[in-house]
Design a protein around this ligand. Structure first.
Ligand code: SF4
Length: 231
């Protein structure tokens, strides 16, 4: 039985307990007001049960092993985090661990050069790659009721991004694991919703920061402070 409606909504992002004494981090820790680790035992049990399914178990297990393998010098005392693997390396290693042979690569036309490099990397690593660009299908934006004034380069005709078609093509090709590269906000959501295989993200779209959205977050207390107030 779900207990989601009986408790306060989780607010972990506002939890001010130091990491080392959080109940979600250490068994002897504590929780903040409304802490979901303490208040939602029923949902926790439901979630835990889902890991028992064989494929999910292997997926979750390998994801955790991959996470741990990122670090080196793990027995040094005092312990210091020393990560060694980039995201692209982790994706390749994880896919190998899972025994996946056939990868889907759903990418944005604005990152076509990067997609070509990633395609080569995956191929060199021994994967079969099925790659699909965001504009696939060539449908016009008018079909979504978009006024030309809302185009990127009005008044030129523009084709719409079609993440549902991207997902369906990869589904039809029976990709075992999909990698997203640079899809826009919302287009990525539609892809996640319609893809059959699990999907990971190599990079998200952020046109201003060279696809490094955290740059805006890191600068939010200084040069990008305007993001902290209402427009
Ligand atoms: S201690 Fe509880 S409230 Fe704080 S981050 Fe962990 S789960 Fe969230």
């Amino acid at each position: 039985m779900s207990d989601a409606n009986e408790k306060a909504a989780p607010a972990c992002a506002a939890c001010e307990l130091p990491t080392g004494i959080k109940i979600c981090f250490t068994e002897s820790g504590h929780g903040s007001k409304g802490c979901p680790t303490l208040a939602h035992k029923g949902l926790l049990k439901e979630a835990r049960a889902l890991y028992e399914e064989s494929e999910v178990f292997q997926f979750a297990r390998n994801a955790s092993i991959q996470e741990g393998e990122c670090y080196t010098n793990k027995v040094q005392n005092p312990f210091v985090l020393e990560p060694t693997k980039t995201r692209i390396v982790e994706i390749c290693e994880f896919a190998h661990k899972m025994g996946y042979k056939r990868l889907g690569l759903a990418f944005c036309i604005g990152l076509a050069n990067e997609a070509a490099v990633v395609n080569k990397m995956f191929t060199n690593q021994g994967f079969e790659v099925v790659s699909v660009i965001c504009k696939v299908g060539g449908e016009l934006k008018e079909g979504l009721g978009i006024d030309p004034k809302d185009f990127i380069m009005p008044p030129l005709k523009e084709t719409m991004c079609n993440p549902i078609f991207q997902a369906k093509l990869l589904n039809a090709e029976k990709t075992e694991f999909n990698v997203l590269l640079g899809l826009c906000v919302g287009h990525d959501s539609l892809f996640f919703k319609h893809a059959d295989a699990y999907t990971t993200v190599l990079a998200v779209k952020d046109r201003v920061t060279g696809h490094n959205p955290l740059a805006a977050i890191y600068l939010s207390h200084s040069y990008y402070g305007k993001i902290m107030s209402k427009p």
